[in-house]
Ligand binder design. Structure first.
Ligand SMILES: *[C@@H]1O[C@H](CO)[C@@H](O)[C@H](O)[C@H]1NC(C)=O
Ligand SMILES: *[C@@H]1O[C@H](CO)[C@@H](O)[C@H](O)[C@H]1NC(C)=O
Ligand SMILES: *[C@@H]1O[C@H](CO)[C@@H](O)[C@H](O)[C@H]1NC(C)=O
Length: 977
């Protein structure tokens, strides 16, 4: 029992302890979570993408986190997650944190000093953020730290000495590069980073000398102090102790050589111990002195030497060739480096890139290239080299970039250069190279970047093989003696962006294919003897920015459009036969006068027509202005029409059949050329007239039907019949109109039974007025201009209150809307202003067009006027035009005209007599009636005697008839002049 008790107690104790411990660790876990949540709260960018799972219960599952076995966060790695915000000090609660990597984000603000309490931290990378301020001194407490990278931020101030000097530091990697640190590198002799292998302080504003204490950092393998403001002699004593040094970067500082910047020997001597040195960069320091021959005693591991941008003078020691593993040698921009190129350099079997440009090297380019199979770049430009280009370049099969420009090389381009089949850049410019461009070189299809042969003495023509350079971006053949024509095949150098053929003796035309080069930005053909016109393709090019055509023999017109719009006269100077609209350029006078002559001749030819058309032209121009206003109205109307169109009921064929009793003959109320009209009643008691169109296969009906529908749908006027709906199936087409209860004017003028006149003069004039209003609307205001060509009494329907509605638009003609005139006019005006060459063409076209339109429109309008005039005369005379025609020969209006003005009395009397029984007015109205009838006849005659110069407008006619109508209703108020 005691045992058991003890055992139980023991077990209980253990369970309690277990839970307490779990709980204790649990609270830590909770602390971890809380500090991470706090960290997350300081991130302002949308963290959802980067911080996925950062809401799940188990912290250890959160992305970027790693926990140890006890669920404590040990690694926090969130590099390159586009995180914005600040680094929360709460991170310091992650007391087990060993690795903190927030590099490559957009963190701002300071580095929290609290991080100094993360005593287990081994690695911190906050590089490539936007951190500001000082490095917190507290980081010195991070005794476990091996790796500290704060590079590429905006950190300022001095680099705290404590970072180097405090604690038992094990730091191996220290990167503070690419910040804004200032001041000296503070180190004293107590400072010792015994384990430091990598020290990167490049690209800051550090000043002063390299501290002597740095030599204590004896394990350094990489020392990069480049791009600072460091001064003093090259740190020979320091580097002399760094036996592990592999990479020494001291470039872009203000170091000097020993002995007053005259002696490089001590420094190179001190490097003798650096048996692992692979890279030495002293570029950009203005170092003086000669290049010592002991450079040849440096580690044979040395692969890269940068001594460019210094003041090193004297010859290149041939001993450099002892450095058999050199891949990169850069001695360029030393200006005073002279002597010849040691042929031994070309024995460096590993050499990949050699820069010797901008020195004073003289002599020949060594021709005895040995085994430099990897040489990809050779730059000996800007020296004083002379002699010929060695044939042996052919051995350099890996050569990609060859810069021999700005020397004094002479002789031909060796065809063997064509064997450098990997060549991407070939620059031989500014030499004295002569003869022709070898076909072999011209066929170097590998050339990717540029071919520059300019400023030599090359002769002959451009080899067609050059067109194989389909990848080349720039070709410069300028300032040679190249002749013949420019091959149009150059258009196959499709990648070309820059082509300079200037200052040669090219002749003939400039090929249009060049303008078609899709990427061409700059073209210079100046100072040649090119002739002909500048191809349109150049002007049309969307890529060309810079063009120079000057000093050639180009001819033709130039407009400042397209690619030429940004050019000045400078691009065209010295082409005496060019003219055009570039500012400062001669205007194309000669051509203009020639064109004007043609224009005058043409206008002489067309003057008679023009004069006839002149008045309507003016008139039309007035209308045109009006019609724009009306067109606005038209648009409104159209919108309304759309709305209404929705309201058009759908009436099926079956419903129409029902409404008209199966189109029974008893419901037939009219027939016409295009079909029958039936009356009927819809189920909702709407009385309708159904105009069923004869259906013919030839499509004529279809066109007529469409036209009528189009007009009916779009015209809304109280005197024009309004459509109820359209019923259209492939083989049945009908227009449903409201039934006009009073029938047509025809029924009343020529009743088949009953009194001769169903209408009195007031009604007749009112009807005439209605018809004229409708016609005026159709012609002037309707969205589509309509000329009604079939105006006759049977097409004039009468409403309950005797309002007349014109119907049957089937053979109406649609007249072009006036807007089209505008566009013609605008483009003509534009052409007038911009191009003289096209001007005359446009003038002629415009005149012809306007005359055509005018003629067409006049022709149609004439028909409409005549139709209205005949209608007026018919009403006045009470006789059908056909009757006159058949019985008496002439047309109605000719017949009336024969009676005019002295023998009209019988006609007027007849009219009064016919309408007297219907009249409800006193007999003394006869005088008034007589006047009105005379007026109607006169108006009818004016309309039928169509004369474009004298005719009134349809509006005038409508106005006149309306005046008659009012006169009739209250004669005392108005006087007839
Ligand atoms: C933390 O990161 C280091 C370095 O990447 C790695 O060696 C270690 O295994 C990681 N720890 C855990 C718990 O994953
Ligand atoms: C708490 O977790 C840590 C690991 O994070 C572990 O080393 C320690 O033993 C745990 N404590 C107890 C009492 O289990
Ligand atoms: C840090 O180093 C400096 C200079 O060596 C010393 O004065 C200071 O007491 C050290 N501080 C700590 C916390 O080790």
């Amino acid at each position: 029992m005691g045992y058991l008790n003890f055992f139980t107690f023991d077990l209980l104790f253990m369970i309690i302890v277990f839970y307490v411990v779990r709980a204790e660790n649990g609270t830590y876990v909770l602390n971890d979570r809380a500090s991470l949540v706090s960290f997350m709260s300081q991130i302002t960018s949308d963290p959802k993408n980067a911080l996925e799972n950062w809401n799940s219960s188990d912290v250890c599952n959160w992305s970027g986190l790693k926990c140890d076995n006890g669920s404590r966060v040990v690694n926090l790695t969130l590099s390159e997650k586009s995180l914005h915000g600040t680094i929360a000090p709460s991170l310091s609660k992650l007391s087990y944190l060993s690795i903190l990597d927030l590099s490559g984000n957009f963190f701002e603000g300071h580095i929290p000093a609290e991080l100094g309490s993360l005593s287990r931290l081994q690695a911190i990378s906050l590089s490539s953020n936007r951190l500001e301020g000082y490095i917190p001194n507290e980081l010195r407490f991070l005794h476990q730290l091996l790796y500290l990278n704060l590079g590429s931020n905006k950190l300022t101030g001095d680099i705290p000495m404590s970072i180097f000097c405090n604690g038992t530091s094990h730091v191996e990697y220290l990167d503070l590069s690419d910040n804004l640190f200032t001041g000296e590198i503070h180190l004293n002799n107590q400072c010792e980073l015994k384990e430091l292998k990598y020290l990167l302080l490049w690209s800051n504003y550090l000043v002063g000398e390299v501290p002597q204490a740095l030599s204590n950092f004896s394990k350094l393998e990489l020392l990069d102090l480049g791009s600072n403001l460091l001064t003093g002699e090259l740190p020979s004593k320091i580097v002399g102790k760094m036996v592990h040094l592999q990479i020494l970067q001291l470039s872009e500082n203000r170091f000097s050589s020993h002995n007053g910047n005259t002696d490089l020997k001590p420094f190179f001597a001190s490097l003798a111990n650096c048996s692992n040195l692979t890279e030495l960069n002293l570029a950009g320091n203005h170092l003086g002195g000669e290049l010592p021959s002991i450079i040849g005693t440096l580690s044979t591991k040395l692969a890269k030497i940068n001594l460019d941008d210094n003041h090193i003078h004297g010859p290149i020691p041939p001993e450099i060739s002892n450095l058999v593993n050199i891949t990169l040698l850069n001695l360029s921009n030393n200006i005073l480096l002279n002597g010849s190129i040691p042929p031994e350099l070309f024995q460096l079997g590993s050499l990949e890139r050699m820069y010797l440009s901008n020195n004073s090297l003289s002599g020949h380019i060594p021709s005895a290239f040995g085994n430099v199979p990897h040489l990809g770049l050779l730059d000996v430009s800007k020296n004083k080299l002379h002699g010929t280009i060695p044939e042996s370049f052919a051995n350099l099969s890996q050569l990609r970039k060859l810069f021999l420009h700005d020397n004094q090389l002479s002789g031909p381009i060796p065809p063997s250069l064509g064997k450098c089949i990997n060549l991407e850049i070939l620059d031989l410019s500014y030499n004295r190279i002569s003869r022709t461009i070898p076909i072999e070189v011209a066929s170097l299809s590998s050339l990717k970047l540029y071919l520059n042969l300019s400023s030599n003495h090359l002769q002959g023509h451009i080899p067609l093989e050059l067109t194989k350079m389909t990848m080349v971006l720039a070709i410069d053949l300028s300032s040679n003696n190249l002749s013949s024509t420019i091959p149009s095949q150059l258009g196959s150098c499709i990648a070309l962006e820059n082509l300079n053929l200037s200052r040669n003796i090219f002749e003939g035309p400039l090929p249009a294919s060049i303008g078609n080069l899709r990427y061409l930005k700059e073209l210079d053909v100046s100072f040649n003897q090119l002739t002909g016109e500048i191809p349109d393709s150049l002007q049309a090019s969307s890529t060309l920015k810079q063009l120079n055509f000057s000093y050639n023999c180009f001819s033709g017109d130039i407009t400042n459009n397209g690619a030429f719009s940004s050019l000045t006269i400078k691009s065209f100077l010295g082409n005496n036969r060019l003219c055009g609209s570039i500012e400062g350029m001669r205007k194309c006078h000669r051509k203009l006068t020639h064109n004007l002559l043609v224009a005058i001749l043409l206008s002489l030819l067309i003057t008679p027509i023009f004069c006839v058309a002149g008045y309507p032209l003016l008139l039309r121009s007035k209308f045109r202005r009006k019609s724009t206003v009306f067109n606005m109205k038209g648009i409104e109307d159209e919108k309304e029409a759309m709305r209404k169109e929705k309201k058009y009921p759908r009436i099926s064929h079956r419903q129409l059949v029902e409404a008209t009793g199966g189109f029974s003959p008893s419901t037939l109320i009219g027939s016409g050329r295009f079909g029958h009209v039936y009356k009927g009643v819809l189920q909702d008691n709407t009385r309708i007239a159904v105009k069923v169109l004869h259906f013919k296969a030839d499509g004529e009906i279809s066109g007529s039907f469409k036209r009528e529908c189009q007009i009916l749908k779009r015209t809304r006027h109280r005197n024009l019949i309004r459509i109820i709906t359209i019923c259209s199936t492939p083989d049945f087409k009908a227009i449903v109109l409201p039934l006009m209860p009073k029938g047509s004017l025809e029924d009343h003028l020529y009743p088949s039974h009953g009194p001769r006149c169903g209408l009195d003069l007031v009604q007749l004039v009112s009807i005439c007025s209605d018809v004229a209003e409708g016609m005026a609307y159709l012609h002037h205001y309707s969205p589509i201009k309509v000329v009604h060509c079939d105006l006759k009494p049977s097409n004039i329907l009468l409403d309950d209150d005797m309002t007349a509605l014109v119907t049957d638009f089937g053979i109406s003609r649609l007249v072009k809307v006036a807007d089209e005139n505008f566009s013609v006019n605008d483009s003509a005006a534009y052409s007038f202003g911009s191009t003289d060459g096209l001007m005359v063409w446009f003038v002629v076209q415009l005149v012809i067009l306007l005359l055509n339109m005018e003629w067409e429109s006049r022709h149609h309008l004439k028909e409409m006027f005549i139709a209205l005039g005949v209608l007026l005369l018919e009403i006045a005379a009470g006789r059908r035009p056909t009757d006159i025609l058949f019985k008496e020969g002439p047309t109605l209006h000719e017949w009336v005209k024969r009676h005019y003005p002295n023998r009209l009395e019988p006609i007027v009397e007849g009219a009064i007599e016919r309408c007297a029984p219907c009249a409800t007015v006193q007999l003394d109205s006869t005088k008034i009636w007589r006047d009105v009838i005379l007026e109607l006849i006169e108006l009818g005659l004016i309309c039928t005697q169509y004369n474009p110069l004298t005719r009134p407008t349809m509006l005038d006619v409508a106005y006149e008839i309306n005046r008659l109508k009012q006169y009739l209703s209250s004669p005392s108020n108005l006087l007839i002049e």
